[in-house]
Design a protein around this ligand. Structure first.
Ligand code: FAD
Ligand code: NAD
Length: 467
């Protein structure tokens, strides 16, 4: 009889756990995945990446129809009305299709779904719904949840103070939505409700939006979102929210202290970051301690300090992104099965899926300088890109940062309608150790937005054509 029930058990079926489990099974390991939700796919598929993109896409279509943009192309509409229930149904459809798809892939690859909440009994035993399951290796992939703001109580059912999950499910367009936190969630979901008709105010503690992105991008983001009609209160902190019936009154003051102001709203979205899911996992039973940020530290092979226990995804340090979790899922399975795996944490793209999109990979200009690099920067405006100009998408630019001595690309940052797609080519170039010259001498199809990447790379040596 086998020593363990499974070769590997993943706890959590988000992009980290489900992808890891499928790869482990593909590599011949007897695999199970514990998931307490009713559907697979984790935060990303159920209440994150997918539903938010469904609402972003749908609200963009609505805005184009409602604000007369389509008239330019000869599409004449006499009366544009929003059917929010239909938009929400389209979102639900996308989620259902994709989460169901993971269940199909589990069956196809013979991954056992252990339904329920998993907790460690010991390092090789996980208890799920009162039953013990043993495995040679256990991978923690429990993801993250919204960081609470003291004094501001989220109640998604009431719909007055909500987190991202509540903001994805609103049954009516708020008159005034106040978003606490000018990060990715605040700007994506703030954009959805602004496009659908809400007045949106974003309150951000720092003096710029989108922490972690390149300084030029952050500056331009503030200009673009303001132009789109969002009110931005930067360098401002919310000190409390009082709810009376369906109305909320926020108190806010300058981050550095000062005069208090009040803001009235009928919906408040708390989006100040996310924290790892570790409560109830029984980490005390295996003696696994958290770092100062409440995360599980691991080595390059995702091993924790406890033998036989590894961790991946949002629960460990690094950007909280689905594709980072997925790549770690593949790598951890490969480490377990073969002893070799790879994730290049220096090359993980990040994208904000607003219109235009904001994207970046590698070092920001600020981080490159701080790391001691002498750098050269090439910049190219989307206004001078033929395709963007033709499509009436003039906002944005591409910025390529290269090492001044070696010309190796250190990072790229961009704002463009399809920046999320354009960033992939720079990530791949960086993965191959490309120089800016390599990108500049790569033939790019015309007319495409991606030509702006080539021209920005040409700009590193001062030779773009179209500006
Ligand atoms: P998760 O996806 O959080 O999955 C963890 C799973 O573990 C959950 O299903 C949970 O139920 C389960 N679980 C937890 N504890 C237990 C337990 N003890 N027993 C059993 N099951 C358990 N990222 C992007 O890259 N692109 C995007 O566009 C994007 N959009 C987002 C939009 C929103 C609104 C939000 C909130 C997040 C978004 N993210 C996006 C982030 C992305 O969702 C996460 O980075 C990603 O889901 C992390 O994957 P994970 O596998 O580590 O964890
Ligand atoms: P975030 O870290 O992106 O932004 C949070 C913002 O809130 C920061 O700008 C921070 O300065 C601000 N803040 C913190 N405390 C505050 C306070 N008291 N008052 C006002 N502002 C305050 O976090 P998020 O937007 O909540 O997103 C969480 C995670 O989910 C992120 O790590 C992100 O990577 C991931 N996510 C990714 C995508 C995507 O890839 N497109 C989309 C959504 C979410």
């Amino acid at each position: 009889m086998a020593e363990y029930d499974y070769d590997v058990i993943f706890i959590g079926a988000g992009p980290g756990g489900y992808v890891g489990a499928i790869r482990a099974a593909q590599l011949g390991l007897k695999t199970a995945c514990v998931e307490s939700r009713e559907t697979l796919g984790g935060t990303c598929l159920n209440v994150g990446c997918i539903p938010s993109k469904a609402l972003l896409h749908g609200s963009e279509k609505y805005e184009e129809a409602a604000n007369g943009t389509l008239a330019r192309y000869g599409v004449k509409l006499s009366k544009v009305e929003l059917d929010l229930a239909a938009l929400q149904a389209d979102k639900a459809d996308a989620v259902k299709g994709l989460t169901g798809g993971i269940e199909y892939l589990f069956k196809k690859n013979k991954v056992d779904w252990l339904k329920g909440t998993g907790a460690f009994k010991d390092a090789h035993t996980v208890t799920v719904a009162g039953k013990d399951y043993t495995a040679k290796e256990v991978v923690i992939a429990t993801g993250s949840s919204v960081t609470p703001l003291p004094g501001v109580e989220v109640d998604n059912d009431k719909g007055v103070i909500v987190d991202s999950t509540g903001a994805l499910a609103l049954g009516k367009v708020p008159s005034h939505l106040v978003v606490i936190g000018g990060g990715v969630i605040g700007l994506e979901l703030g954009s959805v409700w602004r496009r659908l008709g809400a007045k949106v105010t974003v309150v951000e503690f720092l003096d710029q939006l989108l922490p972690g992105m390149d300084g030029d991008i952050r500056k331009e983001a503030a200009r673009i979102f303001k132009k789109q009609g969002m009110e931005l209160k930067l360098s401002t902190k919310v000190t409390g929210v009082a709810v009376k019936g369906k109305k909320a009154t926020l108190t806010a003051e300058p981050s550095a202290g000062g005069a208090v102001e009040t803001i009235e709203a009928d919906c408040v979205l708390v989006a100040i970051g996310r924290r790892p899911n570790v409560a109830g996992l029984g980490l005390e039973n295996i003696g696994l301690e958290l770092n100062a940020r409440g995360q599980i530290d691991t080595g390059h092979d995702f091993r924790t300090k406890v033998d036989g226990v590894r961790a991946i995804g949002d629960v460990i340090p690094g950007p909280m992104l689905a594709h980072k979790a997925e790549d770690e899922g593949i790598a951890v399975a490969e480490y377990i099965a073969t002893g070799v795996g790879i994730v290049n944490h220096a090359v993980i793209p990040g994208v904000v899926y607003t219109m235009p999109e904001f994207a970046g990979v590698g070092l920001t200009e600020e981080a490159a300088k701080e790391a001691g690099h002498a750098i050269k920067v090439g910049k190219f405006p989307m206004m001078a890109n033929s395709r963007a100009k033709t499509n009436h998408e003039p906002e944005g630019f591409v910025k390529v940062i290269a090492d001044a001595q070696t010309d190796k690309v250190l990072g790229a940052w961009m704002i463009a309608s399809v920046a999320g797609t354009m960033i992939a080519q720079v990530a791949q170039a960086m993965e191959f150790g490309a120089t800016s010259e390599d990108i500049a001498y790569t033939c790019h199809a015309h007319p495409t937005h991606s030509e702006a990447v080539k021209e920005a790379a040409m700009g590193v040596t001062g030779k773009p054509i179209h500006i």
